[in-house]
Write a protein that binds this ligand. Structure first.
Ligand code: CMC
Length: 434
């Protein structure tokens, strides 16, 4: 630990407290305030975690000013170019590059766990036909806890490893079935002779009555999208998984909590909102500037969806890569006139916004959600499945972060404090006297 400190002086009492200043491998130095309450009797206040590191972690590095994202030290651009999603899963969970044999063994192990317990199938029929697939995801992934609970010891590294494998393996099956159920189509079982993403596309789109060959171009594009979303350090859903898991809760239940957090439009749900916005723009016949003006108007709740990020104050590196894939894919595919129009609108909107003083001053750039919905539409994936696929990709990040937390012998249950602003010491008035 560094010997640097920061001194806090209490103006009221003159008492001085020296707090350790921690140095990360990279990124801002961090004041360790854990003794502050003991020393001064004060809490710190930081709603939305604007300046607070909620944990230490060696998994994902993100520099929002420079637009850098790295998993276990490997830049996202290199992984996107040269790796595969399952290799990225291996790297995240094992903290090393696999040898050729290790990767083969890992892929085989994941492939062996793709089936769901038959009883889990019955959970789907409990949902209304029009249930949002994310609601189904929360329910069914949470239900996995019921299947793997009694014989699971979260302190046992082998149990943790198997849990990670099970989650990565089963999540495409759960995700595809949430779509099939809503469509009233039969569930397609995993096909272990296919690659991870081919198998997902097969479970999404094939019919028992027809031959279906997943398009390798789409499978490759999907693999890339999964790589780009595999982890993103302490965002709302990951922090939720850590907090839920910190009580010693079942990891499947903790991951279900993460899926619930991801669903919101300020987080993973933004991709759906981006497409709706682009469609609205195209249908309205109004100028792009008029939408940008609305986004700037504080009396209007409209925001440019897919713009801005809590951490990135530069171009989101994932958005750059996704924009590239989007161009390649739409260029290579036929009959995507509608998606091409959406892409053109997205690019024109990006240009107008990036030249606007409001966006420039606030460092608002396109984020990861801005372009990938267009790719999904081109793949035939409906809008309500966008966030489901994101949750599929992020499952490895969540379980790796959970594993890191519970492997640390000194981890504590997460228990934030509060700045109470409600009434105190009121006198209860019996019902007949009110
Ligand atoms: N359109 C218009 N103004 C915006 C936007 C936007 N998309 N994003 C931020 N601003 C303004 C905001 O009004 C504020 O202005 P002022 O300083 O005058 O009050 C300033 O920029 C800072 O924004 P903030 O809301 O305080 O920043 P935040 O870090 O709390 O919010 C955000 C980040 C992503 C929730 C926000 O930028 C947003 O709502 N974006 C649109 C939704 C979106 O695309 N979400 C996906 C996030 S990336 C995927 C993920 O990581 O999950």
């Amino acid at each position: 630990m560094s010997s640097e400190t920061v001194t806090i002086i209490d103006d009221a009492t003159g008492k001085k407290v020296q707090l350790p200043l921690l140095s990360p491998t990279s990124g801002p130095k961090t004041i360790d305030i854990s003794t502050l309450y003991k020393e001064l009797g004060y809490f710190t206040y930081d709603p939305g975690f604007m300046s607070t590191a909620s944990c230490s972690s060696a998994i994902t590095f993100l520099d929002g000013q420079k637009g850098v994202l790295q998993y276990r030290g490997y830049p996202i651009e290199q992984l996107a170019e040269q790796s595969s999603y399952l290799e990225v899963c291996f790297i995240l969970i094992n903290d090393k590059l696999p040898s050729r044999q290790e990767l083969v063994d890992f892929v085989n192990e994941v492939t062996n766990h793709t089936m769901l317990h038959e009883a889990l199938k019955r959970f789907y029929s409990g949902f209304r036909r029009d249930a949002h697939p994310m609601a189904i995801m929360v329910g069914v992934v949470g239900a996995l806890a019921a299947f793997y609970h009694d014989h699971m010891d979260i302190q046992n590294p082998e149990h943790r490893r198997i849990t990670a494998l099970r989650l990565i393996a089963k999540i495409p099956t759960i995700a595809a079935w949430s779509y099939r159920y809503a469509m009233g189509k039969p569930f397609i079982y995993p096909n272990n002779s296919m690659s991870y993403t081919e198998n997902f596309l097969n479970m999404m789109f094939s019919m028992p009555s027809e031959v279906y060959h997943p398009d390798p171009l789409l499978a490759k594009a999907l693999d890339l999208i999964l790589i780009l979303h595999a982890d993103h350090e302490q965002n709302a859903s990951t922090a939720t998984v850590r907090l839920a898991g910190s009580s010693g809760a079942n990891p499947f239940a903790a991951v279900a909590a993460g899926i619930a957090a991801l669903w919101g439009p300020a987080h993973g749900g933004a991709n759906e909102a981006v497409i709706r916005m682009l469609m609205d723009i195209n249908e309205s016949g109004k100028s792009l500037q008029s939408f940008v003006d609305r986004a700037k108007d504080k009396d209007d709740s409209f925001r440019l969806m897919g713009f801005g990020h809590r951490v990135y104050k530069n171009y989101d590196p994932r958005a750059k890569l996704i924009r590239k894939i989007c161009h390649q894919l739409l260029g290579d595919m036929e009959s995507t006139g509608e998606q091409k129009k959406l892409l053109e609108t997205a690019m024109a909107l990006e240009k107008v916004a990036l030249e606007d003083d409001y966006f420039v001053k606030r460092n608002l750039y396109p984020n990861v959600d801005f372009y990938y919905g267009i790719i999904f539409l081109a793949m035939g994936i409906p809008m309500n499945m966008f966030t489901v696929i994101l949750s599929m990709a992020r499952t490895i990040g969540w379980i790796t972060q959970w594993t890191e937390m519970v492997s640390d012998e000194n981890y504590k249950i997460g228990r934030p404090r509060q700045l109470y602003t409600g009434p105190i010491d009121l006198e209860y008035i019996p019902m007949d006297k009110r």
